[in-house]
Design a binder for this molecule. Structure first.
Ligand SMILES: [Zn+2]
Length: 388
């Protein structure tokens, strides 16, 4: 299958039936996993991995490691819908893992999850955690430059800084059950890539570029290959904020009962001034309270994130957090009143909400913790992102 830039995207066959899109195995070297189309309205990564796998096979390229491409939501991809019953990228929790393994009859996303996990767990069992990297490939509803999202662990940062792209931390703090967070909690490096708008040939090319670069960065192919050089050039030219790190400071949530419409003209990473009219929610106009950057404005029907606000993290703080984590500075925080160890094995802190108000999330972020989505009225739980 080859897609030429002149062809209309409508003429391309987007149907998919295989869970394993491609598999190249080697006994040595790292294992690189590409998760494609976990959202059914995002088929560009599926097409990209198929084309690259064909190229590798046709040109008999020997990989210095293993590569596997896994399809996400097959049923939703074939219907062109984000999901059928529930978002497949919001259900990776321990409760659901127990549910899918207890023998119940499963349907829709839970059945897809079980199949994905059976492929993933099998290949993960064969490798040391530190030899595995998972890349989760996505697209966005609005036009966007390509960028990376990660949970802020030092190992994820080391991988993401090799790309000429902006990296955004902290999205998982606002989401329940994304695949990447589940993998990180297992101690596996996992990086999210957003390649551009959903049905767009540019996103298809961006995904191919990201896959080539990932294979080179992980040492499976030579960085001197023409495809890798072209990939770097493409992403570098597209990215305005290459090598910069951002963190999310606000999420505008939408409930099922809300009527929400984003005004036209907003795009990812766009600077935003205070008082700019942004959207309508339940008949009330939302005006900007921020002087920062807008992130992932919602221009599709399904989804419960209206938009996010992000701010750039100065390099000094990136350095400081690396040092604090290296020397386990969290031990000092544990001496403070209102901070206790909630779960030693999982590195979860329980922090009194009065103390949270004083210390703020920023300190815990510096130390490599993220706020758990669920917490009680008097206590906030923070879980350490790095598994040691
Ligand atoms: Zn997605």
């Amino acid at each position: 299958m080859k897609i030429g830039m002149k062809e209309e995207i409508e003429t391309v066959d987007l149907s998919v039936d295989k869970r394993v899109l491609c598999e190249f195995r080697s006994n040595n070297g790292p294992l690189v996993v590409f998760m494609c189309g976990i959202h059914g309205n995002e088929p560009m990564s599926v097409l990209a991995i198929k084309e690259i796998a064909e190229f590798i096979q046709d040109n008999n390229i020997q990989l210095a490691g293993s590569m596997i491409g896994i399809t996400g939501n097959i049923e939703a991809l074939n219907k062109g819908e984000r999901y059928i019953e529930c978002d497949l990228n919001r259900i990776w929790t321990e409760v659901n893992m127990n549910f899918i393994s207890n023998g119940s009859t499963l349907r829709n996303e839970k059945a897809e999850m079980k199949e994905i996990w059976s492929v993933l767990s099998k290949v993960l069992d064969e490798r040391k955690k530190e030899d595995v990297v998972i890349f989760d490939l996505h697209t966005t509803s609005s036009p966007s430059v390509p960028f990376i999202t990660i949970n802020d662990t030092i190992s994820n940062r080391c991988i993401s800084k090799e790309y000429p792209l902006a990296t955004v931390f902290g999205i998982e703090e606002y989401l329940s059950g994304p695949l990447l967070s589940y993998m990180n909690e297992l101690g596996i490096s996992a990086i999210g890539f957003e390649g551009g708008q959903h049905i767009d040939l540019g996103s298809f090319e961006n995904h191919k570029a990201f896959i080539w670069l990932s294979l080179a960065n992980q040492g499976l192919i030579s960085a001197d290959m023409l495809e890798v050089k072209a990939a770097f050039k493409r992403l570098n030219e597209l990215s305005i904020d290459a090598h910069k790190f951002f963190e999310i400071t606000h999420r505008e949530e939408i409930l099922d009962s809300d009527y929400f419409k984003m005004y036209d003209g907003f795009s990812n990473f766009q600077s935003i001034e205070k008082n700019v009219k942004m959207a309508i929610k339940n008949g009330i106009e939302i005006k900007s309270e921020w002087e920062d950057h807008i992130f992932m404005p919602l221009y599709q029907e399904k989804g419960d994130d209206a938009f996010f606000i992000i701010r750039r993290i100065p390099p000094f703080f990136l350095w400081l957090s690396r040092i604090l984590r290296k020397y386990n500075f969290e031990r000092i925080v544990l001496l403070l009143p209102g901070v206790s160890l909630y779960d030693k094995k999982k590195h979860i802190l329980a922090v009194n909400n009065k103390v949270v108000k004083i210390l703020r999330n920023d300190l815990f972020h510096l130390l490599g913790f993220r706020q758990k989505v669920h917490y009680t009225s008097s206590t906030t739980l923070y879980i350490r992102r790095e598994v040691q």
